[in-house]
Ligand binder design. Structure first.
Ligand SMILES: NC(=O)c1ccc[n+]([C@@H]2O[C@H](COP(=O)([O-])OP(=O)(O)OC[C@H]3O[C@@H](n4cnc5c(N)ncnc54)[C@H](OP(=O)(O)O)[C@@H]3O)[C@@H](O)[C@H]2O)c1
Length: 215
């Protein structure tokens, strides 16, 4: 496995306290001595992100890498998709990454850094029945490409990864009948992200990097 810890400190952002504390526990074994802190946020409330990032800065004084990983799906056909569900999906999948990138860039623009956005192969072509999710991921791919060019002058690299089918809770909502053992596992995606944030990686920004297990 690639080296998984390149930093002295980590801020974990999310709403699920027990799950995040479990992650912190696992990270403490891997990144011995790292300073790790949990910051509570519901990404359905992107307007709270400026205050959140202020809190991160107060605690750590610096931000050099941002991973936008959280995602939501409510797979429905057009006529059964409510405005509320469409908006919720966009708040979590698009507006929150937008606000996180914007607020982190304020602090990264003097010293550079890396941003990784998790999109999806669902955002790369038609996915009947998954309108809100697929279109939100297409927006993430586009936003990443635009910002790669826009933020290059600050030494900020933007990476976009688009995983295919991966055995997680979210995939279970999209394909409830599928056997998770037959598809890509989360560690396969995590390993690619580790390679992207590694200091030696300098050339893969600005692309939509597809991560897919061929079966
Ligand atoms: N699994 C796949 O096949 C696949 C394929 C392509 C792309 N992706 C993308 O990969 C990323 C990770 O998803 P996953 O597959 O690992 O699914 P997952 O296990 O369901 O993880 C989704 C994460 O997003 C968090 N989240 C969702 N809504 C949130 C909210 N309102 N506020 C704060 N956190 C929220 C969840 O936290 P809670 O515990 O609080 O819900 C959870 O930690 C997502 O962006 C997803 O779209 C997944």
């Amino acid at each position: 496995m690639s080296k998984t810890h390149f930093f002295d400190s980590y801020a974990l952002l999310g709403r699920n306290k027990p799950a995040i504390f479990n992650t912190i526990h696992l990270m403490e074994k891997e990144a011995v001595g790292a300073d790790i802190e949990y910051f509570e946020i519901d990404f359905a409330q992107p307007e709270k992100i400026p205050q959140l990032i202020e809190g991160v800065m107060k605690r750590f004084c610096n931000i050099s890498c941002l991973l936008n990983i959280a995602g939501y799906t409510d797979p429905r056909s057009l006529l059964s998709t409510s405005l509320e569900s469409f908006e919720y999906t966009y708040k979590v999948n698009v507006y929150s990454p937008f606000m996180l990138i914007k607020e982190c860039t304020r602090h990264m623009k003097n010293s550079g850094g890396k941003i990784v956005n998790v999109a999806s192969t669902a955002g790369m072509g038609p996915r009947p029945g998954w309108l809100s999710y697929a279109s939100s991921k297409a927006a993430v791919i586009s936003m990443s490409q635009t910002l790669t060019a826009e933020l290059a002058e600050y030494g900020i690299k933007i990476y976009c990864v688009s995983p295919g089918r991966c055995a997680t809770k979210l995939r279970k909502r999209l394909a409830p009948e599928e056997d998770p053992a037959t598809i890509m596992q989360p560690k396969d995606v995590a390993e690619v992200i580790c390679k992207l944030v590694a200091p030696e990686e300098q050339c893969l920004d600005g692309q939509n990097i597809v991560i897919r297990k061929q079966v």
